[in-house]
Write a protein that binds this ligand. Sequence first.
Ligand SMILES: [Zn+2]
Length: 383
Amino acid sequence: MRVNMGDKIENKNINNLEIKKINRTNIYQLLRNNSGLAKQDIVNNLHLCLPTISQNINELQSEGLVEIAGSIGNTGGRRAKAYGIIKDARTAIGLDITKNHVAVVAIDLTGSIIECVRTRKKYERTDEYYQYIGNLVNTLIEKANLNREQILGVGIGIPGLVTQDHQTVFFGEILNFTNATCSEFSKYIPYKTALFNDANAASFAEIWASKEITNAFYIMLSNNIGGSIVINNQIYAGEHLRSGEVGHLKLVPNGKQCYCGQKGCVDSYCAATVLSSATDGNLESFFSLLKIGDKEASRLWDEYLDYLAITVNNLHMLFDCKVILGGYVGEYMGDYMEEFRERAKKLNSFVDNADYLMGCTYKTEAIAAGAALNFISDFVNSI
Ligand SMILES: [Zn+2]
């Protein structure tokens, strides 16, 4: 009997602690999404009592996470203090490593990019290269004037498949860096670091930015094709951490050679290089030619969109969710989205539309931002 009562008391204590933590998280999240709320607004939104809110706000203020952001009220009446989060109370840094470029961004607790640097640098698995990215991170910190004590970590987005602990590349054909480790990338980066697959990092950023999306397939149309499956706001990694590799779905039997060793993969028909190879590797030039009606550019684009329409339709048939078009080509899709929807809808077996197609929110630096956001997300969830 006594044991049972004791158990009950212990459970009650745990529950109280849990409730306290949930209240605190909810108050912080509400302020993170709506800056400038009075205590009464928080009462109305969360249906908590005023003393609970006051106590939590005091705590969050003393921890340097929340501040008075102004005041609200009618003239003549007593003005109420408005509270908001201190956006740069913590920051995170993200890197995007590609074959010929490195981008680095700093983001705040709202996910906004504070500072960004993109440079041309060929990837090499050498000490000189890792020193270079270490210097680049340092330059960014100085440029953005970040408080080093408040940097949560540095996420490194790479074009490869990464082990569950985010420490090792287990498939890295694109940069020929299979078995590369996080510790070699971060030899000159004195912060907590983690490796992220590029497409998964970018989809994480897109889901973070679009609160109404819970399920989506993110297709990354960059110099290689990547993909990421998001179910209930979580990335579905797959049993061997190789999920979402839409780039290696077979599109054309015995078709063009793919870097993976197979033939006819989506990557060989829908990568950005299929277009940019017509303009010396410059995708912007390709779209400029397309805009002025260049014949060869139009022919290439027409063929490209047909293959892409088959690909996205297959994804939609399989997952029945939004398909987000990201990556280098995703940046330019805005002007062509309606035309592309027309093509995709003709392939739809069930309804006469392709409303599942979405453009991307982060036009550039989705990978770097997403890699950094993993640290922000962990921190915000721990509050
Ligand atoms: Zn392939």
